[in-house]
Design a protein around this ligand. Structure first.
Ligand code: PMV
Length: 320
């Protein structure tokens, strides 16, 4: 009986992806840049069984995304029925990129259990078909996800690269959990709404290409200030795009705003710190490690914060 276990970390984008150029192969419309979070993990085991079963954090679930992914994979390779068991040490479906770590760990585990011999390109392509940002969790650390221009896109019309490993730049991330219930709009639905209805969509796509190039330069020079400005801008533009969609998507709550005010005060004191927020109400703060205690202490004073997590930059998905 074939079986294998893999772990992967979620990642947070400093230059965001929001919107798809191709839905069949899940190719983003924008390039993106991310860091993986070492302290947050998803561990996934796949094993042969009589029928498909998906168990996430101890609950048997009917996960449409995983089922569709398996259906597509079985169009390409022969696979038996599987039990997929996945455990995350952080809230899932709440804007903490659990689908990224989930599909990265699942891809790695399937590749290993059935000796598929996939190289990193095949792993990132298949993880991306489950959740585009999952490709960046396969490579981990500092990763880019870049759509490749093509009139006839295929599964490999996208590049995922680890541009630096986890030891490149010692930064810390503090995550303020302000609500751990599942989000209202899945990112797949939300992105399609933005593409179809927002007047800002085309400028979002073109300006993100510019932000991406500037961010790569800032990372190459370890220029924290410039990276902070670009990440802040990319995050605000993505949420403005969400708000300008019909219906409007508002992922923040009042505690999210209170956390933003706390970080803005630290920035006003000229401290090297910035925040970013994804499709959920959690606030992720990035700073040099020696500022972590200050950030933790200030965010702990925000009354609606349910939990604070701290992390360093983590590596890619791996079999264990
Ligand atoms: O990979 P998805 O479909 O879950 O989309 C992720 C979108 C954001 O997290 C909001 C941004 C990003 O680049 O990770």
């Amino acid at each position: 009986m074939s079986s294998a276990t893999a772990i992967a970390h979620p990642n947070i984008a400093l230059v965001k992806y929001w919107g798809k150029a191709n839905t069949e192969y899940n190719i983003p419309a924008t390039p993106s840049l991310s860091i993986a979070l070492s302290a947050l993990t998803t561990e996934t085991t796949v094993s042969e069984n009589d029928s498909d079963q998906v168990v996430i954090n101890g609950l048997l679930v009917a996960d449409k995304k995983i089922n569709l992914w398996l259906e597509r994979l079985r169009q390409e390779i022969e696979l038996p029925s599987l039990t997929i068991t996945s455990e995350s040490n952080f809230p899932v479906s709440a804007g903490l990129a659990s689908s990224a770590s989930g599909f990265a760990a699942l891809t790695e585990a399937i590749s290993s259990a059935f000796d598929l011999g996939w190289d990193i390109k095949q792993k990132t392509d298949w993880a991306r078909r489950g959740s585009a940002s999952a490709a960046r969790s396969v490579t981990g650390a500092w990763s880019t996800l870049v759509p490749l221009a093509s009139d006839h896109p295929t599964i490999d019309s996208c590049d995922t690269t680890q541009i630096h490993d986890e030891s490149y730049w010692d930064l810390a991330v503090v995550v303020a959990i302000t609500d751990d219930t599942p989000k209202l709009f899945s990112s797949t639905i939300g992105m399609e709404l933005s593409r179809a209805t927002s007047d800002y969509y085309s400028s979002w796509v073109s300006s993100t290409h510019r932000d991406f190039t500037s961010a790569l330069n800032a990372v190459a020079q370890k220029d924290f200030q410039t990276l902070a400005e670009i990440a802040d801008f990319s995050c605000r533009k993505m949420h403005a795009l969400m708000l300008s969609s019909i219906p409007a998507m508002m992922y923040w709550n009042s505690t999210t705003l209170d956390c933003i005010q706390v970080i803005k005060k630290l920035i006003a004191q000229k401290l090297p710190v910035f925040f970013t927020i994804d499709a959920g109400p959690q606030v992720k703060t990035i700073c040099p490690p020696d500022l972590t205690d200050t950030v933790l202490e200030r965010l702990a004073q925000v009354s609606g914060v349910k939990k604070l997590l701290q992390s360093k930059i983590g590596g890619g998905a791996r079999s264990i």
